[in-house]
Design a binder for this molecule. Structure first.
Ligand code: F0G
Length: 373
């Protein structure tokens, strides 16, 4: 098969432009960061070309905070969340170890990602979700990729407990973020930020749920700093929706973010690492309210970035830090937006008016668009 466009006459160099174009394509994060990941020449690379996600400059948030704010949009990963970074490695290593089945507990994004990568690798995938509490888009992903989905009467923490026990007793591989390959894959997010900015940002802000991702980013930043690739370490701030591990005593939430979201976990598995990351870097882990998360979600949407509700905890956190005077003026700040808004469009629709209906008439459309003279 040739890479030349159909109909192109055979010529001496016809393959060259295609090869150059292909060389510019992102290869997936295992190939891009092979020397920094626990893989060897025998590791079968299971990839959907994850990573390489955009770091988008936010003029609006920069103006609001007096900082240079960047949004790391992880919703641009193949299954629409940052989980793909860890999953490409976890599934590749599972295949290398001869696993035939993988298992995870999930509030939705992990299961979507595990199901997709397991399908790519031809592995059986089992998913335990809290009953009735995962967004429709995420459930659809797990199902369409052929995972066996089981609903557990209880929250995410209970589902994870069951998975851990199954992992001990049966020949399945757990691919939750307690699996170190997940963390190793996810640390590439920090590499990409540094590669793009030329060093680490001054401040890094992100949502925290089970606390795997903040652990991973901190590991990534430390690795680049230790190797002299980055000349500084960022201050790390993690934000949980009120009601999560940062705020366990709080009364039941009423407003926007409910238990479906990734950052509603009462007993985060990597909590010790997460608090260490925050403390070592001079940062913090705090709670943000549902109302503030919703506001942040709408703010970034008005700049063209459609993120998942739980993701916007980072931007809500940024605004909280700014209001409290915790952000140095002119600082470079990166906010991670962990997932894509299309996974749960009901939040977007809830805030919008029903589009009006008109007859097929130009004047009626012009009138409603404010174009009529
Ligand atoms: N943001 C989103 C969109 C998530 O889905 C999650 C976690 C987090 C943030 C928190 O990341 O756990 O590494 O601190 N979702 C998990 C899941 C728990 O099952 O999909 P963390």
């Amino acid at each position: 098969m040739t890479d030349a466009p159909a109909g192109q006459a055979a010529g001496a160099n016809r393959g060259a432009p295609a090869e150059r174009a292909r060389a510019r394509q992102w290869r997936g994060l295992i190939e891009e960061y092979r020397d920094r990941l626990p893989v060897d020449s025998g590791t079968p690379v299971v990839t959907l070309r994850e990573g390489g996600t955009p770091l988008v400059a936010s003029e609006g948030l920069s103006q609001l905070t007096g900082c240079r704010v960047w949004l790391k949009f992880e919703g641009a990963n193949p299954t629409g969340s940052f989980k793909d970074r860890g999953m490409t490695l976890a599934i590749s290593k599972a295949v290398q170890a001869g696993a035939k089945a993988v298992l995870c507990a999930s509030t939705g994004n992990t299961s979507a990602s595990a199901a997709a990568y397991a399908a790519k690798a031809g592995l059986v995938c089992g998913v335990l979700i809290p009953r009735g509490k995962i967004a429709l888009g995420k459930l659809a992903q797990a199902l369409v990729h052929g995972a066996t989905v089981i609903q557990v009467e209880g929250n995410f923490d209970r589902a994870l407990d069951i998975c851990r026990t199954l992992d001990e007793k049966h020949p399945v591989r757990l691919v939750n973020s307690v699996n170190p390959d997940r963390i190793a894959g996810q640390k590439t997010g920090a590499f990409e930020v540094c590669d793009f900015l030329g060093s680490a940002p001054d401040v890094h802000v992100m949502p925290v749920g089970n606390a795997g991702n903040i652990t991973a980013y901190w590991a990534g930043y430390r690795e680049y700093f230790a190797d002299g690739v980055a000349d500084r370490l960022p201050v790390m701030h993690g934000f949980q929706a009120a009601g999560g591990g940062a705020d366990r005593q709080r009364r039941r939430r009423r407003v926007a973010v409910d238990d479906r979201d990734g950052d509603q976990i009462g007993n985060p598995a990597s909590w010790t690492f997460a608090t260490a990351a925050a403390e070592e870097s001079g940062g913090s882990i705090r709670a943000v309210t549902d109302r503030d998360i919703l506001k942040a979600y709408r703010l970034v949407a008005r700049e063209g970035v459609f993120c998942e509700m739980a993701s916007a905890a980072s931007v809500a956190g940024l605004l909280q830090l700014s209001a409290a005077g915790h952000l140095p003026t002119g600082a470079t700040v990166v906010c991670v937006l962990t997932g894509h808004g299309l996974k749960e469009p009901d939040w977007a629709l809830a805030g919008a008016a029903q589009p009006p209906v008109i007859p097929p008439d130009v004047d009626a459309a012009a009138e409603l668009l404010g174009l009529a003279g």
